[in-house]
Design a protein around this ligand. Structure first.
Ligand SMILES: [Zn+2]
Length: 221
């Protein structure tokens, strides 16, 4: 009997874990922001930079007078301090996305998770408030680790898979689903990012939405 109960408890734990892992907007394990709070605004976020595309993205944002959030990988930020400084100088919000972005990040001990996050924070020369977990995975270990850092977690409500597919048609079909309050996930790693952003800008116009300033995102906490 005890064994059976233990089995059930284990299964429930496993299913909850799976839910937290598969649903980056879920706040099951910890507070997570995955949407803004203004009806007609959407917010741009870029993960996995800086890369050689980041300067082009910054030019595009400047030209279109849009402020975004960049979630940086510490190792890359360390190698490209000038582009990180430019993000900060141009008023963008810079968040942490771990030091190494390794696949086993969500499987480590909470103290190790916290260290990996804070190493990534230390290479960013401004106050960092936000953390985005690699792959959007928030399980109990990640939740405990992040709690030790005092950072807030921002995920997204619309992902384009632009980091894993270069099929522009598919990405654009996903972008067409945009709604007010959405936090959009793009990647600095997509070499076609500027034409995707141009197309997305048209979609936003057609839907009579605007790009919001991401500093208001935290207001919904
Ligand atoms: Zn990432």
């Amino acid at each position: 009997m005890g064994c059976c109960l233990f089995g059930i408890a284990l299964l429930v734990y496993f299913l909850l874990n799976l839910y937290g892992v598969l649903s980056p907007s879920s706040s099951f394990f910890t507070a997570v922001i995955s949407k803004g709070n203004k009806e007609r605004e959407v917010y741009l976020t870029f993960d996995d930079g800086p890369t050689e595309n980041s300067a082009k993205i910054l030019d595009w944002l400047k030209e279109n007078r849009i402020t975004a959030v960049f979630f940086l990988i510490g190792n890359q930020a360390k190698q490209q301090p000038l582009i990180v400084q430019r993000m900060i100088d141009e008023g963008h919000i810079v968040g942490a996305h771990t030091m190494t972005h390794r696949w086993d990040f969500p499987l480590r001990r909470p103290d190790n998770i916290a260290t990996e996050i804070m190493k990534g924070v230390e290479v960013i020369p401004c106050t960092v408030e936000w953390f985005r977990p690699p792959f959007g995975v928030i399980n109990p270990l990640v939740a405990l680790g992040v709690k030790r850092t005092n950072l807030k977690i921002m995920t997204w409500s619309l992902r384009t898979f632009d980091g894993v597919t270069f099929d522009k048609y598919k990405i654009i079909q996903r972008l067409k689903k945009v709604k007010g309050k959405d936090i959009i996930l793009f990647h600095d790693t997509n070499d076609d990012i500027i034409s995707l952003l141009d197309r997305f800008n048209e979609i936003i116009d057609q839907k009579e939405l605007t790009f919001g300033h991401p500093s208001s995102i935290g207001d919904s906490i």
